[in-house]
Design a protein around this ligand. Structure first.
Ligand SMILES: Nc1ncnc2c1ncn2[C@@H]1O[C@H](COP(=O)(O)OP(=O)(O)O)[C@@H](O)[C@H]1O
Ligand SMILES: [Mg+2]
Length: 332
């Protein structure tokens, strides 16, 4: 196992979420602050989007561990359901007993939920609904979510809603039939992947938490991790885990860019060329294009009828772009 080989207490790049490994990049901190703001804000929705693997669920878990004491949370993780199932899940999360009558009637479900929200309000508590993978919600379910925000006292909305999802969630909320809901979104945050510097810190942070006392990743290897992963933490984990295994198998304690490329190639089943090769290829293509253009221009230019008559005639034949050279030839 590579852990003892690198002096680690455990595997540093496991993809299971573990709060001990949390790396609070500026973006993750902002996303968290955004959700906390959503909880304390009265009414409306707060939306958090980001590509798969950027750390949205990680942020939600951190939020849950820092939830204000006066908040009750309903967390829906798999919302690919009907409106009735969705409302039932919320009731179950909030400990609202539901009988057969409620199961058969959306109205009775909403009434039961409303009673729960009113009693929480009377007890000075705040109820928060968090929906992860919200891009999977159907428009019909989203319309019910919106109706839930109508539950209110004369002075206050009773339910805070946080919608977390992949970028498709933005497109979903842009649908004309959901514009009423979109108007109630009071805050939006898009979690971007890590930049090169943050990727470096992220990798080193995870290595340290796992017990590393030295840093086996060279600067070039870390640049390559960022280039290949696009700064997406889940992909970084997969690449680094495999690279450590690769180094262990090749009995080297230094992780180079080449080793990272090989590891990523094994995981993703394709070859990753070094960045400089990409630059050379781009330069060759650009050079080819310029040569072709110049060649084409020459061929076209050489195929022109021999100038006759006055310089003005020649200029008219060639047109405004070639006016200079054509005129010059007649004066030779
Ligand atoms: N800020 C972070 N700190 C530590 N690990 C992270 C962080 N963000 C993401 N990860 C790692 O990447 C994996 C994928 O993150 P996750 O929150 O599930 O992404 P998403 O929900 O956006 O698809 C997590 O299991 C975790 O290992
Ligand atoms: Mg997730």
């Amino acid at each position: 196992m590579y852990t003892s080989y690198f002096g680690l207490g455990e595997k540093p790049f496991s993809i299971t979420p573990d709060p001990r490994y949390l790396y609070m990049s500026g973006r993750h901190a902002e996303a968290l602050a955004h959700l906390l703001y959503g909880i304390n804000e009265s009414g409306g929705f707060v939306q958090l989007t980001g590509e798969v693997g950027t750390g949205k669920t990680t942020v939600v878990r951190t939020l849950l561990s820092r939830m204000p004491a006066h908040a009750d949370v309903a967390l829906i993780l798999n919302p690919r359901v009907t409106p009735a199932e969705f409302l039932q899940s919320i009731c179950e999360e909030l400990g609202v007993p539901i009988g057969d009558a409620e199961r058969r009637s959306l109205k009775l479900l909403v009434d039961a939920l409303n009673r729960r929200l009113l009693s929480a309000h009377a007890a000075g508590r705040r109820v928060v609904l968090i929906v992860d993978e919200a891009q999977n919600l159907s428009p019909a379910v989203l319309e019910h979510v919106r109706l839930l925000t109508n539950l209110e006292t004369p002075t206050q909305k009773l339910l805070q809603i946080l919608l977390i999802g992949q970028p498709e969630l933005r497109a979903l909320l842009d649908l004309p039939e959901l514009r009423q809901l979109a108007q109630r979104v009071t805050g939006r945050y898009h979690l971007e992947p890590l930049n090169r510097e943050e990727t470096r810190h992220y990798v080193r942070h995870r290595m340290r938490v796992a017990g590393a006392t030295t840093d086996p990743f060279t600067a070039g290897a870390l640049r390559e991790v960022h280039r290949i992963s696009g700064g997406i933490p889940r992909v970084i984990n997969v690449c680094c885990d495999r690279a450590l295994l690769g180094a262990y198998s090749s009995e080297t304690r230094k992780l180079t860019a080449r080793l990272v490329r090989r590891a990523a190639g094994e995981v993703y089943g394709r070859r990753f060329a070094p960045a400089w090769l990409g630059w050379i290829a781009a330069a060759v293509v650009a050079l080819g294009a310029v040569t072709a253009l110049v060649g084409g221009w020459r061929a076209w230019h050489d195929g022109l009828p021999a100038p006759s008559g006055t310089p003005d005639d020649a200029a008219r034949a060639v047109g405004p772009i070639a006016r200079g050279p054509a005129t010059a030839r007649t004066t030779d």
